[in-house]
Design a protein around this ligand. Structure first.
Ligand SMILES: [Zn+2]
Ligand SMILES: [Zn+2]
Length: 231
């Protein structure tokens, strides 16, 4: 299932709970996140439904190295010969094939990470992205480093349309939330990082949850200001 959330930006449901995004750029698509191991099939079906070729996925930017975002990435890299990019602070996790024991602040998170189904095939990235970068060829995706959920978590802001793709910086399942603290690497830092998000957004896409536009954007900024005024 897919839906256009802004001009040139398509949300793809890789499961009922997880989304990836295709962003139309100068030379094809930039894919933001992949998903679980079975996500490549859903992604390639969506690309076909859009009347495009798998090779139109020119690069993948991973918002962070958690299994629900990266587990299918090695297969996509292998099948499509596409470039996989990630922030350097999450690179060792990608190459280890799991979240390391110090990657979650709480015991629940550390226990979960021992489960083989939350591991992935270790693989190298083809490049890295840093705060302030505009991803080359992406048609204007700016990288905003938002550490806390993981050390190298990034939000991608598509400047031409005022669209932010939140990764796991904010969830929108039912209501807006930052998710369980035990699953974050540094719960306090993730709140600080939200002050780095740009003002004036017109659309917000979530890896987990439904997109916000129009009146929903007011709710989004109220959520951010309530959260950041508590610290
Ligand atoms: Zn995550
Ligand atoms: Zn996630």
């Amino acid at each position: 299932m897919h839906q256009q959330i802004a001009p040139g930006i398509t949300q793809i449901a890789t499961t009922k709970r997880d989304n990836a995004f295709l962003v139309e750029g100068d030379d094809g698509f930039t894919l933001v996140d992949v998903g679980w191991a079975k996500a490549p099939a859903a992604l390639l079906k969506a690309v076909a439904d859009l009347g495009r070729k798998p090779s139109d996925i020119r690069r993948v930017v991973l918002t962070h190295a958690h299994p629900d975002h990266v587990q299918g990435a090695a297969e996509l890299q292998h099948r499509l010969d596409t470039r996989i990019l990630i922030h350097p602070a999450d690179l060792p996790w990608l190459e280890a094939g799991r979240v390391p024991p110090d990657g979650r602040s709480g015991r629940t998170g550390r226990l979960l990470d021992r489960l083989p189904k939350l591991h992935w095939t270790p693989f190298p990235a083809d490049g890295t992205v840093a705060d302030g970068d505009v991803v080359e060829g992406s048609g204007g995706l700016r990288v905003i480093h938002t550490p806390g959920h993981t050390p190298g978590h990034v939000v991608l802001c598509h400047e031409p349309t005022g669209t932010a793709l939140m990764g796991d910086a904010v969830f929108h399942r039912g209501g807006l939330a930052v998710g369980p603290a035990a699953l974050a690497a540094d719960p306090a830092l993730r709140i600080d990082s939200l002050s780095r998000l740009p003002r004036g957004l017109r659309t917000v896409g979530f890896a987990h949850g439904t997109p916000l536009v129009d009146a929903g954007i007011g709710d989004f900024y109220r959520f951010l200001s309530d959260l950041t005024s508590q610290v």
